[in-house]
Ligand binder design. Sequence first.
Ligand code: GTP
Ligand code: MG
Length: 201
Amino acid sequence: MKIKSAEFVMSNSDVAKCPKNRVPEYAFIGRSNVGKSSLINMLTSRKNLAKTSGRPGKTQLINHFIINKEWYLVDLPGYGYARVSKTAKKTFQKFITQYFSCREQLITAFVLVDIRHKPQPVDLDFMIWMGENDIPFSIVFTKADKLKPKAIENHIEDYKAILLETWADMPNYFVTSSSKSIGKDEVLDYIHNLNSNMIDN
Ligand code: GTP
Ligand code: MG
């Protein structure tokens, strides 16, 4: 799919104030610093559409970008467990769970994980939360430029082994690098196909 236009629409701290129009929406989520904002820039071939930083915690709001005047890409803050007083219960920031619970326009999410690390509890817990709430997602492995192909393969196998303990199938996944533009066509074609299905139906 060719990206003809990519424009910032708005930033919000309140899910209720996000755009109300019913255009297909795709959101990028994952831990801080995993490369969500960089991936949006890579996919749209824009250097500074989404703000990036070497320091975790750069993106603090829900950011909508309209692509080809037809669909939204959404950049979100990183997730982590929210502090819940006196209980050991693990919950994600309200902000994030509200976004995913409320946005009926959301076609699918992309859960980003850094390919260099072994599966982390917070990422696995988030994927389980998405599954429990019937929110479709693909996994996007980021920073593939940092590992050799064999190591990439091994790390994906580690994920498969853990996820298949809980689920019947491995979720759809992509291997990407924003600095080397790896995985760009795969992710964009995937979105394009989903958009086409929406129009056909
Ligand atoms: P928050 O907004 O803080 O949640 O972070 P984020 O997930 O949006 O990460 P961001 O895109 O700001 O990138 C974080 C750091 O990782 C920056 O220093 C990026 O340059 C770097 N980075 C992102 N993607 C890649 C990649 O594919 N390869 C490499 N080598 N570095 C990357
Ligand atoms: Mg960001």
